[in-house]
Ligand binder design. Structure first.
Ligand SMILES: *Cc1c(COP(=O)(O)O)cnc(C)c1O
Length: 363
């Protein structure tokens, strides 16, 4: 039967997001280095808290996320009533688009920015506006030049994914100061915990000082809880109020709330993961550079390795797959010739370095 049922405008222009692959043919043992997950796993105490929830599955979760917001506030020195939790930070990015964008509006993001920005923009009926980067670094002047009367949101990740690059805090402050009053700046802090630059706070103090900046964070990366889908945002009162009206009443499950609360309070485990990441990221970057594969200094839990061309990157990807190492092809991020490699544990990182060193030598 013919139908006349149609989705909202914009939705059919979306190409669904494809996550990092986790399987390959031929290798016995597979290591997934394609989604920036934490290979060391979550805090063992968080796993315990998750197990305990199994005794109470009939009850709805705490819709106010009270204990988790308090834990985040305690650990980061924030006000709990200016925090909102979501099913991954993805949900919060989506809520922001639903709440502030729509037909006739524009959402600005950078050239190599996270794929979900454009997807959520289109779903909300808004037009994504892509801004050039300066050799894989966020370009504040180019972002400002892209703003129009129709701009409602600007998404910036610093450090960015998949490039791993970080621009100075002063540049982000200049951006926040220079935006017209009708634009909300969203600082996506998916990798904020990994940054070791002195004074870096993931823009919490910028949010505290201003009415036009909100920051998002996730439990999927350093906290190793990707399976549970938890993220949060810290923002001005007016933004938290708006998002609180748009979100579902029980958008985060009890298991996710319980595990995340314990994970954020286990700062020792987080610190351990951050240090291990830094050690092996720097080691891998040096080994790859020696093999003829440069990368920009990364501030996340991954490296964006640059090969001489797209064909070589593709062949390198194949060589890694043969060894059961699955990394991320980032052609879809306008980075042909690059592979994004998550920093794993020592064994995985050494295997990547060995494979790519041999690969380059055999060309
Ligand atoms: C991983 C990632 C997210 C989304 O994380 P969630 O799992 O939805 O919390 C958001 N932004 C960037 C840049 C990411 O890399």
């Amino acid at each position: 039967m013919a139908h006349q049922i149609s989705a909202q405008p914009g939705i059919m222009s979306v190409t669904p997001y494809v996550g990092g692959e986790g399987k390959t043919h031929g290798a016995n043992h597979v290591t997934k280095l394609s989604s920036n997950e934490n290979l060391l796993g979550p805090s063992p105490r968080a796993v315990e808290a998750y197990r305990e929830i199994s005794g109470n599955l009939a009850t709805y979760p705490d819709g106010g996320h009270t204990a988790l917001r308090q834990a985040i506030a305690d650990v980061h020195g924030l006000h709990a009533d200016r925090i909102i939790c979501g099913a991954g930070s993805d949900e919060i990015l989506s809520l922001l688009c639903q709440a502030y964008a729509g037909q006739g509006t524009e959402i600005v993001h950078t050239e190599h920015g996270f794929a979900m920005y454009a997807i959520y923009a289109k779903v909300a009926g808004s037009t994504p506006v892509v801004v050039k980067e300066d050799t894989r670094h966020t370009d504040v002047d180019a972002l400002l030049a892209a703003v129009t009367d129709r701009t409602r949101l600007m998404f910036v990740a610093n450090p960015n994914n998949p490039t791993g690059t970080l621009i100075p805090d002063a540049e982000i402050e200049r951006l926040a100061d220079s935006l017209p009053p009708h634009v909300l700046l969203v600082m996506d802090g998916a990798y904020a915990e990994f940054v070791r630059e002195p004074g870096y706070d993931g823009y919490a103090s910028l949010v505290k000082q201003r009415e036009n900046v909100v920051m998002t964070r996730t439990f999927s990366k350093v906290y190793g809880l990707g399976a549970l889908r938890v993220g949060w945002a810290f923002g001005p009162e007016h933004v938290i109020d708006v998002l609180g009206r748009v979100r579902g009443p029980f958008n985060v499950t009890s298991a996710a709330l319980a595990a995340a609360e314990v994970a954020v309070r286990d700062t020792e485990w987080t610190e351990h993961c951050v240090i291990q990441n830094e050690v092996w990221r720097e080691w891998l970057a040096r080994q790859l550079a020696r093999a003829g594969i440069p990368s920009d200094p990364s501030h996340g839990n991954f490296i964006c390795a640059r090969f001489p061309d797209a064909a070589t990157a593709h062949a390198a990807d194949e060589a890694l797959r043969k060894r059961g190492l699955i990394v991320r092809d980032v052609q879809g991020y306008n980075l042909p010739g690059c592979l994004r490699i998550t920093i794993g544990d020592e064994t995985a990182t050494r295997a990547v370095a060995d494979t790519l060193t041999q690969f380059m030598a055999s060309r």
